[in-house]
Write a protein that binds this ligand. Structure first.
Ligand SMILES: Cc1cc2nc3c(=O)[nH]c(=O)nc-3n(C[C@H](O)[C@H](O)[C@H](O)COP(=O)(O)OP(=O)(O)OC[C@H]3O[C@@H](n4cnc5c(N)ncnc54)[C@H](O)[C@@H]3O)c2cc1C
Length: 326
């Protein structure tokens, strides 16, 4: 295995600075307004599309980076700008990751352009995996997918929770159980094309953060989708189910594949939010005067902060490696 390094290449530095520039110039000035409005910031999504930050080419370039660092870097910078706007721009990537991770090349070509729309009329997409009783435990998904052989259609029924862009998306990608007796290994992912009858969404959920980003429950009432909407196709599903029935692995499980592709960026998003919070707090502590002095009284505070974070890194590194690090 190649040695892992966090040293950035010239291209990665360029990408980071480019996204940071967009966060400074476009995202930060609009952040308070869209947070208060609690609405999807379509003009910002369009701006991102115009400069090439919203679209498949951007994601594909990031996924092609063998170090895996490009998308986390971009996510950190965008979330440093504002978490709600950043989620509105990057949320579509979750559905696209599901199609990319489990779909055939033909499915990629058919559905991914519909996820993003175009610069004149951008669209968003939703990935619906979580359910009221299935959060961390994806094996507990109750949404069912039944194959109607006579019509070559899949019929989806169930309820999804916390779906980013749920109900306002063009394309919804839904995970469902084909064979509940197999738990997570009996599941598959399906594309629900734009305007499909039977898919409805609850109202946009009110949240404490990421308020510009649309989050909603999604209800599937006997939703019929063409056979070609099963990601990966029937043959691959049959092989996977046969493998699972014989006690084989869950390799190729749709939800887990999507999470593997996207979860590192979720960590980077949290880092971007934390960096911004630290910078805001520091700037305020320098500016806020009490008892005749700024509340950051002297440089020792920085020293303690730096020292503490250094110690934390060492403690964590020691726990992971088991080595005696000094
Ligand atoms: C803003 C927002 C957007 C989202 N967007 C999407 C989306 O687009 N699509 C989608 O499918 N989902 C989405 N989600 C759902 C998200 O993926 C889930 O919230 C997440 O998977 C956790 O599930 P849960 O909320 O049910 O928490 P739970 O699974 O109930 O977990 C609660 C806590 O218990 C901990 N925990 C769970 N199991 C264990 C265990 N065995 N041992 C120890 N600790 C445990 C967890 O780490 C967590 O801290 C979104 C959520 C939010 C808040």
């Amino acid at each position: 295995m190649a040695e892992f390094s966090l040293d950035l290449t010239d291209e990665q530095r360029e990408l980071r600075d480019w996204v940071h520039g967009f966060a400074v110039e476009a995202v930060r000035p609009a952040a308070a307004e869209w947070d208060a409005r609690e609405e999807t910031p379509w003009p910002l999504i369009q701006e991102a599309a115009k400069i090439g930050l919203y679209g498949f080419e951007f994601l594909a370039t990031c996924w092609a980076d063998p170090t895996g660092l490009s998308l986390p870097l971009a996510s950190e910078e965008l979330f440093w700008g504002d978490a709600g706007i950043a989620m509105s721009i990057l949320g579509t990537g979750l559905a696209v990751a599901a199609i990319y991770g489990s779909g055939t090349p033909e499915q990629l070509l058919e559905w991914v352009p519909q996820c993003f729309g175009d610069v004149d009329e951008p669209q968003v997409a939703a990935f619906c995996s979580t359910e009221p009783a299935a959060g961390s435990d994806v094996a507990a998904i109750r949404t069912r997918a039944r194959y109607d052989e006579a019509r070559d259609e899949w019929v989806l029924s169930g309820q999804k929770a916390f779906a980013t862009n749920g109900g306002i998306a063009s394309v919804h990608v839904v995970t469902a159980s084909v064979d509940p007796s197999l738990g997570a290994r009996g599941q598959a992912a399906f594309v629900v094309p734009p305007g499909t009858p039977g898919l409805a969404a609850g109202p946009k959920l009110r949240k404490l953060g990421l308020r510009a980003s649309h989050t909603a429950d999604v209800f599937l009432d006997e939703v019929r989708v063409p056979g070609r909407c099963l990601l990966g196709g029937r043959e691959a599903l049959s092989e996977r189910l046969a493998r699972a029935r014989a006690g084989g692995s869950a390799q190729g499980q749709a939800a887990l594949r999507t999470f593997e592709l996207t979860r590192p960026t979720v960590g980077a998003q949290a880092l971007g939010i934390a960096r911004a919070a630290y910078e805001y707090a520091l700037a305020y502590a320098k500016e806020r005067v009490q008892f005749g002095k700024p509340i950051v009284r002297d440089a020792k505070i920085y020293t303690i902060f730096e020292g503490t974070s250094e110690i934390q890194r060492l403690v964590v590194a020691r726990a992971i490696s088991g080595a005696r690090l000094r």
